[in-house]
Design a protein. Structure first.
Length: 367
């Protein structure tokens, strides 16, 4: 019986995370499994972070600091913003949902680009907002078309830079031009979850635009470069006035103590970030060269993942790779039915993926 519930939510499809290693092991009895499905840092958390989590575990019986004072202080110092501008979340997904709840109400609109992160759609729909999806150009956001889609009902724009799952990106100049022409009444979420991985001269830092554009909100996460996907920690930086509204909608103790301790330690470990970026650059070259050698075109990516055209159903390729003990991500739900996204792993994991891909596609070709 679903006629007495929110019909928008009843019509939604739940978010599907990357297949867990344990689940595949149970299903197929495979022990040697490589997971390259969820854009996780293959190095795992740094030693300093592991030690910080162990120390913080002594405080498990107590509620965490609901204000996140120490972590906000550290973030403010590193990012050169005021603590009043920072909102902490249980992963940046939590903050994205908070933003939608604050900015939207039934009948208002939110704009996203085609192939955007599915969580935007979920957040907008659950808030009663109407979603406007603008066709992509070369798999990336068409900011001119997104600007043309703005109406009197538009309250919110989500823009991932770089975008997941395509890895495409928008220049700093293009983003500022977009903000210049956008009504001040429209909030813009600049999702920079993969910010630290980008090494492009024309890529900008969204935080540099906050003083000039008070309708801008920048979100980031500790899940990717810092290897902390499991503890769930993200944040936004916005005007202090908007952050105050987010704080009113935020659930009490939405960030746990272990996550905040891990975040503090991670921020202090610059060497780890540099090593992670270096490994990602090498791994990206390894995988893209391998894809090219096997004849599979890919979408150039500046993140820690790459999406390639398998030439057939991405779900079929995903299933075939599972038989080889390799977990990747089909992305049909993003409007790319033949594409598969693979995360950058350790060198040995990347080699394993490329060998498994060759074997899997050969088997599919013979079936």
């Amino acid at each position: 019986m679903t006629d007495n519930v929110n019909q928008r939510i009843a019509a939604l499809q739940p978010y599907k995370p990357g297949k867990p290693i344990d689940e595949l092991a149970r299903e197929l009895g495979i022990n040697d499994i490589v997971k390259l499905a969820s854009n996780e840092n293959p190095l795992g958390p740094s030693q300093a972070v592991r030690e910080a989590i162990a120390a913080a575990s002594q405080e498990l019986p107590r509620y965490p600091d609901g204000s996140g004072f120490e972590l906000k202080q550290a973030l403010a110092q590193r990012l050169r913003v005021d603590t009043a501008q920072i909102t902490l979340g249980n992963g940046s997904n939590d903050v994205l949902d908070l933003i939608a709840r604050v900015a939207l109400e039934p009948g208002s609109e939110a704009i996203i680009a085609e192939h955007s992160f599915v969580v935007y759609r979920l957040a907008v729909t659950c808030c009663g907002g109407d979603l406007v999806t603008v066709p992509a150009t070369d798999y990336g956001a068409d900011l001119t078309a997104m600007l043309a889609a703005v109406t009197e009902r538009t309250r919110l724009v989500f823009l991932a830079n770089p975008n997941n799952p395509t890895g495409t990106w928008v220049t700093a100049a293009a983003i500022e031009n977009f903000l210049q022409h956008l009504p001040e009444t429209v909030w813009v979420v600049l999702d920079e979850a993969y910010f630290e991985y980008v090494d492009e001269a024309e890529y900008g830092n969204g935080l540099a635009l906050l003083d000039k554009y008070p309708n801008l909100i920048v979100t980031r996460t500790f899940s990717k470069i810092y290897g902390l996907a499991s503890v769930r920690l993200g944040f936004s930086v916005s005007s202090a006035k908007f952050a105050d509204l987010l704080n009113r909608a935020r659930q009490p103790f939405n960030v746990n103590g272990l996550a905040m301790a891990a975040g503090l330690a991670a921020l202090a470990d610059d060497d780890y970030v540099q090593r992670s970026c270096a490994m990602n650059r090498q791994g990206m070259a390894q995988i893209t060269e391998g894809l090219t050698a096997q004849g599979y075109p890919y979408i150039p990516s500046v993140g820690n993942f790459v999406a390639f055209d398998s030439g057939r159903s991405g779900v079929e390729v995903f299933d075939a790779l599972l038989q080889q003990g390799v977990i990747v991500r089909p992305i049909a739900e993003y409007g790319l039915p033949n594409h598969v996204r693979v995360s950058i792993g350790l060198p040995i994991e990347n080699d394993r993926f490329l060998a498994a891909l060759s074997a899997a596609l050969s088997a599919l070709g013979q079936s």
